[in-house]
Design a protein around this ligand. Structure first.
Ligand SMILES: Nc1ncnc2c1ncn2[C@@H]1O[C@H](COP(=O)(O)OP(=O)(O)OP(=O)(O)O)[C@@H](O)[C@H]1O
Ligand SMILES: [Mg+2]
Length: 602
């Protein structure tokens, strides 16, 4: 039997293991090195890749550089200039602080730093698979050049996980763009296999940088966000909901300048968009949240990509309010119909954006006009030279971006005759063309706003049931509903414990009177998951779906009086353009659009 089997691992192996946490792929190297350059005060950073970064990643900056003594420690683990004491962790202003990145990179590559401080001599140091050489003099312009060759040469399993050079390059470019959007004062250049792939000059606006990286169509559909609440500040841009995506890749959030994710505050932003987004769509935004450094813990994740807030709800609330106000001030409404025209490919290498809702491609069906009378706000790209701009100008009589008055689309329909088509659509002549209304979506919106108003004024009306309806539930659902009984009653839902697994419903909100009580209860419960909401506001949230249950359905034949009453009420809506789930309620096909469609005008 051996005496001792446990051994302290040599530091080289320790570093290689640690590197696995920090350096996943070439983009991780790019992230760490560009962040270092930014921390070093660089105003100009060039990132070069060869073979997707697996052969070479070179970062050149004009930052403060390394002294020869610092070069000696550059690749040493837990060596940093950014942190001296434990308390420093409470108010970190730099992007790095762990003193781990260069040690990790040096452990799994052939790395080489050349650096020169302003007015000093140039030096270089090499580190191969964790083997650090001594620094020696070398010619170098002021700043630093870091070359990382043969990434993962000594960790073959990692190397096998590398994707194609194109895929790795795309990841690096996305990452660089994210870093660059937070530092408009820095000039970034991205060179791939000797060719310049991206150049972002210093001093441009966020909107211009977004345009340069994601295309002018996206940049033309942005609203500015500026909001302060106590010591918390939000700045940035939110995108028109019509350009929402099927994934969350363009929810870009910076927390004190660091691109980081936090599920709860991102959820808060989505909630602000909720009225305008269809289920399963994610907003596009570029937002910076600034707060006192001691209120956020950045030391949560090895790659520093997650943070934790001391006041998480407050942080989410500030972001929510900032976005809500911006959307409101921008009179956002949904054009809703994805017709024609393709968005240009995101130059970032991110997945394509969805079809342009303000489609401008030749031969595409007419895009819906959302403006009746007044001046369209024209949520279109501002620049010239875009092949589609001409068409946009025609459809939108005022200059792009000019402020306009949003008119209730139902205003023109008062005295008009109408058709009900397919027992679903109501079709009219509007002031500006043909108006098509989705009766279900509109009725949903009407019911929801009626309900919401009653809730706000605390005068919810109840429709008592002559015969209470008994409904069987799971034990946990039943318990939850009974615990919320008073809040439900305040919103017009009267329930009682019926014993066993059942409750009895004795009254429902009069607004939802068309629906079957059982359907309403089932809808109320559906999809809440384990975290059951409580409180009146949470209950109101559930009414989005319940309004759907009570609304006239596709296939419901309506009599003229019902249609008139519906349209009459639509005139009073706060958000007439969308149903509570974000689907459009109305589309207008304008005269000029119809002319183009029928080739009366070319
Ligand atoms: N481009 C650069 N110019 C000047 N100094 C640099 C540069 N890159 C790194 N350094 C110096 O090298 C040190 C080590 O860098 P490293 O990235 O390993 O750690 P860090 O940035 O301090 O923390 P983290 O591991 O969180 O990134 C830094 O603290 C900094 O002093
Ligand atoms: Mg670093």
């Amino acid at each position: 039997m051996t005496d001792q089997v446990i051994k302290v691992l040599p530091s080289r192996i320790v570093n290689q293991i640690a590197a696995g946490e920090v350096i996943e792929r070439p983009f991780s190297v790019v992230k760490e090195l560009v962040e270092n350059s930014l921390d070093a005060g660089a105003t100009r950073i060039t990132v070069e890749l060869a073979d997707g970064g697996s052969q070479l990643i070179r970062i050149t900056d004009d930052g403060v550089g390394f002294s020869p003594a610092d070069l000696e420690l550059a690749f040493v683990s837990h060596a940093t200039s950014k942190l001296a004491e434990l308390q420093d962790l409470d108010h970190i202003a730099s992007l790095g602080f762990r003193g781990e990145a260069l040690a990790s990179i040096g452990a799994i590559s052939r790395a080489w730093i050349r650096s020169c401080q302003p007015g000093g001599e140039g030096y270089e140091v090499r580190c191969e698979g964790g083997e650090i050489e001594s620094p020696r003099p070398a010619a170098c312009p002021p700043g630093s050049i870091l070359e990382i060759r043969d990434l993962f040469f000594n960790t073959p399993p990692r190397r096998r996980f590398l994707r194609s050079p194109r895929a790795e390059k795309a990841k690096c470019q996305d990452l660089l763009i994210r870093l660059a959007l937070a530092r408009l004062d820095v000039d970034f250049t991205f060179v791939v296999d000797g060719k310049q792939a991206l150049r972002l000059p210093a001093g441009e606006s966020l909107k211009d940088r977004v345009g340069r990286t994601f295309g002018r169509q996206l940049a033309g559909n942005l609203l500015e966000v500026k909001h302060q609440s106590g010591t918390y500040r939000v700045e940035g841009l939110v995108c028109h909901p019509d350009l929402a995506r099927r994934d969350s890749t363009m929810e870009i959030l910076y927390i004190n300048g660091r691109c980081a994710k936090d599920r709860s505050v991102m959820f808060a932003v989505r909630q602000a968009y909720k009225e305008f987004l269809m289920h399963g769509r994610f907003p596009v935004y570029f937002l910076g949240l600034w707060l006192p450094p001691e209120e956020v813990d950045v030391n949560v994740h090895p790659t520093k990509s997650e943070v934790r807030f001391v006041q998480q709800r407050f942080a989410g609330g500030v972001l929510h309010e900032a976005v809500r106000r911006a959307l409101q001030a921008g009179d956002i409404k949904s054009a809703g119909l994805a017709v024609g025209g393709e968005m240009p490919k995101a130059r970032s290498g991110l997945p394509d954006l969805p079809a342009d809702l303000f489609g401008r491609s030749e031969g595409a069906p007419p895009r819906p006009a959302q403006w009746v009378g007044g001046h369209p706000k024209a949520p279109v790209s501002g620049g010239s030279g875009d092949s589609g701009d001409q068409e946009v100008a025609e459809t939108s009589p005022t200059t792009p971006g000019s402020a306009g008055v949003l008119v209730n689309p139902f205003a023109a329909l008062r005295e008009r005759t109408f058709l009900q088509v397919m027992n679903l659509y109501l079709v009219f002549e509007g002031d500006d063309g043909i108006v098509v209304v989705d009766q279900h979506a509109l009725h949903e919106r009407v019911l929801y706003e009626r309900f919401r108003n009653q809730h706000d004024q605390r005068e919810t009306r109840v429709q008592g049931l002559l015969v209470p309806e008994v409904i069987d539930l799971s034990a946990s659902d039943k318990q939850w509903l009974l615990e919320s009984k008073d809040d439900l009653a305040a919103e017009g839902f009267l329930i009682e414990d019926f014993g066993g697994q059942s409750i009895s419903v004795t009254g429902i909100p009069a607004v939802l009177g068309r629906a079957r009580p059982k359907d309403l209860v089932e809808t109320f419960i559906a999809g809440v998951g384990d975290q059951r909401p409580s409180g009146r506001e949470a209950i109101v949230e559930r009414f989005h779906s319940m309004a759907c249950r009570a609304a006239v359905m596709s296939g419901d034949r309506l009599v003229d009086e019902e249609i008139k009453a519906l349209l009459q009420e639509a005139l009073t809506l706060e958000h007439p353009h969308n149903c509570p789930h974000g689907r459009p309620t109305v589309l207008t096909f304008s005269g000029p659009q119809l002319e183009r469609y029928f080739k009366r005008r070319v």
